[in-house]
Design a protein around this ligand. Structure first.
Ligand SMILES: C[S@@+](CC[C@H](N)C(=O)[O-])C[C@H]1O[C@@H](n2cnc3c(N)ncnc32)[C@H](O)[C@@H]1O
Length: 214
């Protein structure tokens, strides 16, 4: 499945309060510089067009949401969507999510980590580019609070199974718990755009959820 062009944004929409670039963060950057509350924190790596962030930040106004997306035009699009929706509890970073987790998230600071439909990198010589790799999982465990959750969904069965096998090496992650598909009540009632596309093509979605028990 290829990617469709992004819809045009309203050129008058101001969204600089929702957008940052990881490359510009100082070494001592802290999450309190973007949120003025200490509400629970959820972080999504690879936000794409930002459906998860926009929906979840509206449903849970007492939780803070950060998305990280490496592609600039998608990161800008997500930030614009958050601004359009008037969210006060969500922020978008452009840059490498692996670096963001490794360098900028503090130990035991995150309640939920979300990775939905990560790029599969089909060719075996490119597999090392997959974001769900061992160093990243060490960072996920480090940044999650005790009882925090790791959510991983994909439409690629092989990626799903190899990630579940990798996670067996991390005994502090308890899972996988099955996550049931929820019937969509409206056209955008999906976790992410990729989930929407996959289900509309009647293809399976593989979902997992883990809880950190230190
Ligand atoms: C297949 S898309 C899925 C997008 C979205 N999660 C969804 O389900 O609709 C994967 C996204 O991850 C982004 N991505 C890949 N590597 C990344 C990284 N290291 N840091 C942040 N984003 C990344 C890609 O640019 C792409 O937008």
């Amino acid at each position: 499945m290829g990617r469709r062009a992004l819809p045009k944004l309203n050129p008058n929409l101001e969204y600089s309060d929702y957008y940052g670039e990881i490359e510009s963060l100082s070494d001592d950057w802290d999450i309190t510089s973007i949120f003025d509350s200490t509400h629970p924190l959820e972080v999504e790596l690879g936000s794409g067009k930002g459906l998860f962030l926009t929906t979840a930040s509206g449903l849970y106004p007492d939780r803070n949401f950060v998305g990280v997306e490496i592609r600039k035009k998608y990161a800008n699009y997500c930030a614009a969507k958050l601004s359009e929706a008037g969210r006060h509890n969500a922020f978008m970073f452009q840059g490498d999510g692996l670096l963001f987790f490794h360098k900028y998230l503090k130990d035991s600071s995150v309640d939920d980590v979300h990775v939905y439909f990560p790029d599969p990198w089909w060719k075996s010589k490119h597999r090392k580019r997959r974001v769900l790799n061992e160093p990243f999982m060490h960072d996920v465990i480090r940044v999650l609070k005790d009882g925090g959750r790791f959510h991983f969904w994909t439409d690629v069965q092989e990626y799903f199974q190899s990630t579940l096998a990798l996670l067996e090496e991390f005994p502090s992650l308890s899972g996988p718990l099955d996550v049931e598909a929820k019937p969509a009540e409206h056209d955008m009632d999906y976790r992410t755009h990729y989930e929407r596309r996959t289900r509309r093509y009647d293809r399976p979605v593989y979902r997992s959820l883990y809880t950190l028990v230190r």
